[in-house]
Design a binder for this molecule. Structure first.
Ligand SMILES: NC(=O)c1ccc[n+]([C@@H]2O[C@H](COP(=O)([O-])OP(=O)(O)OC[C@H]3O[C@@H](n4cnc5c(N)ncnc54)[C@H](OP(=O)(O)O)[C@@H]3O)[C@@H](O)[C@H]2O)c1
Length: 311
């Protein structure tokens, strides 16, 4: 009887592990591989406190890629979460992909390596997998504009990579001209450009330009206006109950949010859904078992109104 009980407990545990499908990876222009979905972590002070637990839930659900930034002030909690999952044997450090970002007030070339070392100390890691310039616009600590060319900042990023502090380097919020100028003036090409992309801001020219250059696009605020955005009163469509998205959702047995995340993957971008809720975290990665048709992608593209949450 006891043996039977033990066997069933082991079976239940194995099934739980098997249910979580690990996110697949794609190759970047530097040969490193990046998971096709990342956990977003930008949020309130309460979210910061939830982040340690969130990392465990996320890894159990199949996430291997965590997106943070020094400005999110949560690197320490994420580092504790990483320690937890590695110590519990849920995942090895080398199978995780950790992204963090350089804030705008550290753009001088000689500030980049020290800034990354601070992030590594917060995360309690020896290296990150991807380090991004958060924005092309340099500022002073008080947020007023500073006159630092991002090409200078990029030299510091190349140094950080050469030192092994990060496996890959990239940018965020760079437009076509900025990407082109960086490409024409760099030894190491950016592996990633993280920008805002969702149905209300489809960014087709910028996404395809990056992709033609071999730069992987990470899509932030992937839900667009499907979720409540407190600071925006006249939110454009599509909303969570949009009839066109609902039709696709019923065809695939998914929610409209899952349809939008899959749309981003099927455009070759990496969505970064943020949640600190266990069920929603699981729901957001339960999108690896279906694909939209090119017609459905085209239909969702037609929602574009060039309206961003941040931009
Ligand atoms: N590079 C940049 O400049 C930049 C800028 C913005 C964002 N980002 C990155 O991109 C990530 C995502 O962007 P975001 O946080 O703006 O937006 P998002 O992921 O599109 O939306 C997050 C919001 O949706 C809710 N949510 C998540 N899953 C849900 C679901 N299944 N059903 C209903 N609601 C759901 C979350 O609440 P709960 O947590 O309560 O579930 C949260 O309020 C950020 O966290 C950050 O890592 C980067």
């Amino acid at each position: 009887m006891l043996v039977l009980l033990l066997v069933s407990v082991i079976l239940v545990c194995c099934c739980q592990v098997l249910v979580a499908v690990e996110a697949p990876r794609i190759e970047m222009n530097d040969g490193n591989k990046i998971p096709i979905i990342a956990l977003g972590t930008y949020g309130s002070a309460q979210d910061v406190q939830r982040m340690r637990q969130t990392v465990t839930w996320a890894v159990e659900a199949g996430y291997r890629h965590i997106d943070t930034a020094s400005i999110y002030k949560n690197e320490e909690q994420i580092g504790q979460g990483i320690k937890d999952v590695v110590n519990k044997g849920l995942v090895k450090r080398e199978n995780l992909f950790i992204t963090t970002k350089l804030w705008n007030d550290r753009h001088d070339r000689e500030q980049v390596v020290p800034a990354l070392k601070e992030s590594l100390a917060n995360l309690d890691l020896d290296y990150v997998d991807l380090y991004l310039i958060h924005s092309p616009n340099a500022t002073y600590e008080d947020g007023t504009p500073a006159n630092v060319d991002y090409l200078e900042t990029w030299r510091g990023m190349e140094e950080a990579k050469a030192l092994g502090l990060t496996k890959s380097i990239g940018v965020s919020n760079f437009n076509v001209e900025q990407v082109n100028r960086l490409f024409a003036n760099s030894k190491v090409k950016p592996a990633v450009n993280q920008i805002e992309v969702h149905p209300s801001l489809t960014q087709e020219p910028l996404v395809s330009h990056n992709q033609k250059l071999g730069v992987v696009v990470m899509a932030y605020s992937p839900f667009g206006f499907l979720v409540n955005r407190d600071n925006i009163a006249d939110a454009p469509p599509p909303k969570v109950d949009d009839p066109t998205l609902l039709k696709m959702a019923s065809k695939y047995g998914k929610t409209t949010g899952q349809i939008v995340l899959r749309y981003l993957i099927d455009r070759g971008t990496i969505p970064i859904p943020k949640s600190t809720n266990k069920n929603r975290l699981q729901q957001n990665i339960d999108i690896l078992d279906f694909e939209l048709t090119p017609e459905e992608i085209h239909t969702i593209n037609k929602f574009n109104m060039n309206r961003g949450v941040f931009n």
